[in-house]
Design a binder for this molecule. Sequence first.
Ligand code: SF4
Length: 242
Amino acid sequence: MIRIEDLSTEQLESLNHMGAEEMIVWAFGNYGKRAAIGTSLQISGTVITDMASRHFKDFRIFTVDTQRLHPETYEAMEQIEKHYNIKIERFLPDPEELKKMVERFGEYLFFIDKAKQEYCCEIRKVEPNRRALATLDVWITGLRRNQSEYRKKVEKASIIDEAGRKILKLNPLIDWTLQEIWAYIRKRNLPYNKLYDQGYDSIGCIICSTPVLKGEPPRSGRWRWFNILKEDDKKECGIHAE
Ligand code: SF4
């Protein structure tokens, strides 16, 4: 297993040219349990899981359970586990930090202002995700460039600094369109979060994600009140923000 910091520029470059499935096989083949798929139970995560399942029986997959997810998302979690006979590792917010936050600002602090939303995301999402990343060297995500302006700059493979340690972040579906993802899901008759049937394009926590209207960008349903206030054009919770 090559240490991530020892990967050469050429190796990184060759990863950037790999196809999605090839990249996933490379990751689990070389890093085994030190590689994991991070999913929020959206359809791109399912495509990646499906590709991995065709080559490996036992591979790691994790999610951050903010404890504010839709019932449909918990249902999708169970369906994926059943379909692939796998266990999704769940990373939850630290109960002490959560208690402190709610006591100080209430459950709905994300409505107050951008800083409180970021604080809530830090406690419920980013910190648990950081704990997940501490257990791995290769993080495989379902990010796609056409999800938002902000994500257009994202690389397919990059070495990132995670709490002073180098890890490899792989986004095998970075160039896929939403249509391609759906075509894959339909062709293989894969389970998916039923919120998509209600107009959702991007799914996160229960109040902070809403359905998207025709013609709106996919992530415009996130923290919708900031659209009106024009306080946020980034629409990131912090997990993927640089
Ligand atoms: S998406 Fe909303 S509820 Fe979920 S962690 Fe962020 S601010 Fe909190």
